[in-house]
Write a protein of this length. Structure first.
Length: 165
């Protein structure tokens, strides 16, 4: 699945070369896929919740200071956090809370996931991603056979992309 295709530019004709009931069905599947991608992008731009901050605080340990730097907190902020919080959970929570307060609407899921990956905590970044999927309900399914439909759709996209390359 390493092929990059602009999903907005896809049409059933480009994928299958057919005009039929299958085309109509594929068109609906593509519309739903576009909608789901848009919803996921919107979720990633949402602000971090305090519940997530607490859960991430439990999962990070010695990386808290480096992570704080990646989240654009100053050494002064980090020194105050360390001085004010004796145990690691409180310190981690205070650091993430300070980041959220300091950055307001820019303290998003995406920013946190990128920072976690940059300090080699992909396990925690994946946890955040799973949390995001369940945030305010899962991304709406695309139909009765949504997983199979998505796989078929992606497979068709990849085959069409290979034909054009």
């Amino acid at each position: 699945m390493g092929v990059k295709v602009k999903y907005k530019d896809l049409t059933p004709e480009k994928i299958t070369g057919k005009t039929s009931w299958e085309e109509h069905q594929l068109s609906l599947e593509l519309d739903n896929l576009r909608k789901n991608i848009k919803e996921l992008d919107e979720k990633k731009r949402r602000q971090i919740t305090d519940e997530l901050i607490l859960n991430v605080s439990k999962k990070i340990s010695t990386e808290w200071r480096i992570l704080g730097g990646k989240l654009q907190l100053t050494d002064q902020h980090l020194n105050h956090i360390k001085a004010d919080n004796n145990n690691s959970l409180d310190r981690n929570f205070a650091m993430l809370k300070k980041w959220k307060e300091k950055n307001a609407s820019a303290a998003t899921f995406t920013v946190l996931m990128e920072a976690l990956r940059s300090v080699e905590r992909t396990d925690v970044a994946e946890y955040v991603e799973k949390y995001l999927e369940n945030y305010e309900g899962k991304v709406k399914p695309m139909g009765a056979h949504s997983e199979l439909t998505t796989i078929k759709c992606i497979d068709r996209i990849e085959r069409a992309s290979e034909k054009t390359n």
